[in-house]
Write a protein that binds this ligand. Structure first.
Ligand SMILES: Cc1ncc(C[n+]2csc(CCOP(=O)(O)OP(=O)(O)O)c2C)c(N)n1
Ligand SMILES: [Mg+2]
Length: 887
């Protein structure tokens, strides 16, 4: 007896209600029944009763048989094609591991997903054409072999390429382990194998598509974003973290397909529960349209026979751990332990053989069911759809791993396993050949070959495909920032304020203004951007349905369906995903957008570094603005806010250009150069630029400094010729301390200093290392000299550098600085205090710079240790203070 029945105090009354419902269902259909139930619930709630909410529906397919749209095309041919794709995908992995077992690869995941992809490829995924930019598809990363296997049959990839799966370093033909646009730029669009990022990025891709449509920057073409993911992957907070945004924004252009094979790497995803039911509740609760594809067509006749609901109940009762075992252990086991639980059910399948029972398929392996779900999903309006498809991990692998806990990492198949796989899918490969696991392809002109090509032709061409065809943007000259290139006189402002002015100027530009995408995570007021609310509007898909409380103000909170600003709320991962969608628009939508995402620098790379890495892989073009950067510049906020390492993390991403400017003109030159490189010359780089909130006045741009600003250093001030000289370097706000240190050295010690603004240590280090490498490999050729070395050549005295970041940041160029080189930085945890106190604490203020300079001179024998001691005393430097790293 079920739980519900036990609590039934009046079964007769229950029966009457159920009968009424039955008759409504019969006569008027489920929609009417739903309406009546809804009314009943409403009425009960109005009476004051508390009714708990259940977001779950029965453990059966959402689409009943009578609503199931028939799949077009020839299912026999599609089955043959799919079988060969399965074979080739497995063979690729087998080959790679015969070459070297260290190469790895996955068979079981794609084996479970083959039908889900195949129905998409044959009937849904639209490739970009001149008329329609097509759909965006996020393929599950480790199902890549299946995507290659299809591309091979289509003639896009050669057998040599399949044989070079996971061999990319020295082989031109090599295929990437996973979807990596950096490595296969004409093929893969989205890197997805860092789990959770795919689902998150897909939501923001769909959202950005609507943004562009609503702003009239893209025609409405009913394009879709398809995102394929694993059920285990749904445990990543990133996977589910933005699903409410998708329904709030009515993203009916978004379709999630979750391959519920009930297993992750180690074992069951929810052995003791049901992942499909859990996800259904989560997505329904978040307002999604949920389509469950649980049972395949072979179950239809059994379900029709289930008049008393016992089969439904059994389906509901069994947990995923059991379902996994049913597939791993076969028909007899299923008869005994699934149907056998109730004599009536056992009877129901009495005339079925074990083989028949085992063949009772899961929805995700049935193209008819999958087609019906996709067909409803693409037509659904107003809300995003999630398809929860039940499958078997390692489908078709039999003893070699079907439904086994070890199956995820199974990458080898012996001859017997290969034979079994061949027989199961009818692959025309003989016993003699099978040992070599040969690839199979349909000959030109064969029915299958023609069918395959025709399906894709009808859908616009091959997929996946990554384009880079957006026309270049006409970037205005540097004069556009004229006001910021001049001496600011007495006016003091921060580089953040300078940035906001630039942004606002750019947004007004008649050519590229509309392409600017300002992105903020609930931090616009922090950065003084509230003026833009009015100027540009905050994007809101529903416009502004209320009178804002500050509507009488000049800078009121203006939401608009055509708004330009993406105000993402307290959601750095989402804001970063928006930035990715915008900066990738050149590829996905054929129109370059220029995103500027400004945030508290500490909540950038450190918080969402993996998304930044994915952005690099995708070759996103845009600007990340690390606001309130530096460990001593953001004074009061303390340990969790003060960023001393983002520039270092930026250095780890090969195509990320990172800068730490001090003055407004430097920022202007860097942003201008970035726009030219990314949107005019279409270079695949992106920018990380620190901006600060410390106010000071800005000098005019020195003549001929542009090249140095871009390359990473220029001489801001030539020191006098004196017997004792040092090279003082700095960046960001600490450059101002360096300038003051030069004055102290001159006035108090008669020592001259050349002053260098080091706008990008990362760029200097990269270029110098590239020269070093070239010289190492070309020992007999004339050695190349790096920009850094050419700048410092012939300069006198030791070099001392101070920045607001860890010493490791300036340390990157140590090998190439031709003189003694001393780095001061802000190593250790931050803490709150005034800027002056923090700079004393971290030993990056002018006095510490002077002390460091004198000590370097004394180490060179150019002055005496006593002079250093004198300075320490004179400036009140506390030599006994603990090391900031240790406290
Ligand atoms: C962030 C992250 N953590 C861990 C992994 C390693 N990993 C790759 S696949 C996998 C299991 C995937 O299970 P599921 O999402 O259910 O996909 P399936 O293979 O079952 O389709 C794991 C743990 C990863 N790729 N990314
Ligand atoms: Mg799984």
């Amino acid at each position: 007896m079920s739980n519900q029945e036990e609590h039934d105090i009046d079964p007769l009354e229950t029966q009457e209600w159920l009968e009424s419902l039955e008759s409504v269902l019969e006569r008027e259909g489920p929609e009417r029944a739903h309406f009546l139930l809804q009314r009943l619930i409403e009425r009960t709630r109005r009476s004051g009763a508390y009714l708990p909410f259940s977001a779950n529906t029965a453990y059966v397919n959402t689409i009943p048989l009578d609503r199931q749209r028939p799949i077009p095309g020839d299912q026999a041919i599609e089955h043959t094609i799919r079988s060969v794709i399965r074979w080739n995908a497995a063979a690729m992995v087998v080959h790679a591991n015969r070459t070297a077992s260290e190469l790895g690869g996955h068979i079981a995941s794609f084996a479970s997903a083959a039908t889900l992809y195949d129905v998409g490829f044959n009937h849904f995924f639209r490739a970009p054409t001149a008329e329609n930019m097509g759909d965006l598809v996020f393929f599950q990363g480790h199902s890549a072999p299946g995507v290659y296997a299809r591309a091979f049959l289509e003639g896009r990839l050669t057998e040599e390429q399949l044989r070079a799966f996971r061999r990319e370093a020295l082989t031109e033909d090599g295929l990437s382990s996973y979807p990596h646009p950096w490595l296969m730029p004409g093929f893969w669009q989205f890197p997805t194998v860092s789990m959770g990022l795919g689902p998150l990025m897909a939501i923001y891709q769909a959202r950005f598509m609507k943004y562009l449509e609503n702003r009239d920057m893209l025609p409405k073409q009913n394009r879709k974003v398809w995102a394929f993911m694993g059920d285990g992957e749904m445990d990543e907070p990133e996977s589910l973290g933005a699903i409410s945004l998708a329904s709030r924004e009515d993203l009916d252009n978004l379709i999630f397909v979750i391959n519920c094979n009930l297993q992750r790497l180690d074992g069951p995803v929810r052995g003791n529960g049901k992942i499909i039911q859990e996800l259904e509740a989560v997505f329904r609760g978040a307002g999604w349209n949920v389509i469950k594809v649980i049972w395949g067509s072979y179950w239809d006749h059994l379900l029709m026979k289930d008049k008393d609901g016992l089969l439904h109940r059994r389906m509901e009762e069994a947990v995923d751990g059991e379902y996994q075992a049913f597939k791993a252990k076969g028909g007899a086991y299923t008869r005994e332990f699934f149907f056998g639980k109730y004599p009536e059910l056992k009877e129901m399948v009495a005339d079925m053989s074990d083989e028949d029972i085992w063949r009772l398929n899961r929805g995700g392996h049935d193209p008819h069911k999958v087609y019906a779900a996709y067909a409803e999903a693409v037509e659904y309006s107003d809300r995003p759809t999630v398809i929860l498809a039940k499958t078997v991990k390692g489908y078709g692998m039999g003893e070699a791993g079907e439904g086994h806990n070890i199956t995820h990492s199974q990458k080898k198949m012996g001859e017997d396993a290969l034979k079994a796989f061949r027989d199961r899918f009818n692959i025309p490969i003989s016993d003699e050949e099978i040992g070599d696991a040969p690839f199979y392809s349909f000959p030109e002109g064969s029915i299958e070959h023609d069918y395959l090509r025709k399906r894709r032709e009808d859908l616009g061409g091959f997929m996946p495909v990554r384009l880079d065809e957006a026309p270049p943007l006409p970037i205005p000259g540097l004069e556009i920032f004229d006001a910021l290139l001049k001496d600011s006189g007495d006016r003091e402002f921060s580089t953040t304020m300078a940035f906001v002015r630039m942004l606002s100027t750019l947004a007004r530009d008649k050519n590229i203004g509309k392409n600017i995408v300002p992105i903020v995570p609930d931090e616009a007021r922090t950065f003084g951007m509230e003026g833009m609310f009015r100027q540009l509007g905050i994007y809101a898909s529903k416009g502004q349905m209320y009178e804002p409380m500050d509507s009488d103000q000049v800078m009121y909170y203006r939401e608009d369906i055509k708004g330009q600003i993406l105000e993402e709320g307290i959601n750095e991962a989402g804001a970063m995903s928006s930035w990715i969608a915008a900066g990738y628009s050149y590829s996905t939508h054929g129109v370059s957008m220029i995103p500027f995402y400004i945030y508290y620098s500490m909540f950038g790379f450190q918080r969402i570094g993996d998304l930044a890495w994915a952005a690099g892989d995708m070759q996103v073009r845009g600007f990340l603005m690390g606001g309130t950067s530096g460990r001593t510049t953001l004074a009061g906020e303390g340990l969790q806010h003060q960023d001393g390492h983002s520039l270092l993390v930026a250095s780890t991403i090969p195509n990320c250009m990172a800068y730490d400017p001090t003055f407004a003109y430097e920022l202007a030159v860097i942003i201008h150069d970035g726009m030219t490189r990314m949107y005019q010359e279409k270079e695949n780089v992106f920018y990380y630029i620190s901006v600060m909130n410390e106010n000071y006045s800005h000098p005019a741009m020195p003549k001929k400094s542009e090249q140095g600003i871009i390359k990473g250093m220029y001489c801001l001030e030539e020191g006098e010729e004196k017997p004792c000289k040092v090279q003082l370097m700095g960046s960001g706000t600490i450059l101002r301390e360096v300038i003051e240190a030069a004055r102290l050295l001159r006035d108090d010690f008669d020592i001259a200093a050349d002053i260098w603004s080091m706008t990008s240590i990362n760029e200097l280090a990269r270029e110098a290392k590239a020269c070093q490498r070239w010289n190492r490999l070309h020992p007999t050729k004339k050695a190349k000299k790096s920009f850094l070395e050419s700048q410092l050549e012939g300069r006198k005295g030791p070099a001392i550098i101070a920045t607001d970041y860890m010493q490791a940041y300036p340390d990157q160029i140590r090998d190439f600085v031709p003189m003694r080189y001393v780095c001061l930085g802000t190593d250790g945890y931050g803490r709150s205090d005034t800027r002056a106190a923090l700079r004393e604490f971290f030993e990056v203020n002018r006095y510490h710079i002077v002390v460091a300079a004198l000590k370097a001179l004394s180490d060179e024998g150019d002055t005496d240790g006593k002079v250093v001691a004198k300075a320490i005393k004179m400036y009140g430097v506390d030599a006994e203070r603990p090391d900031p790293m240790a406290v």
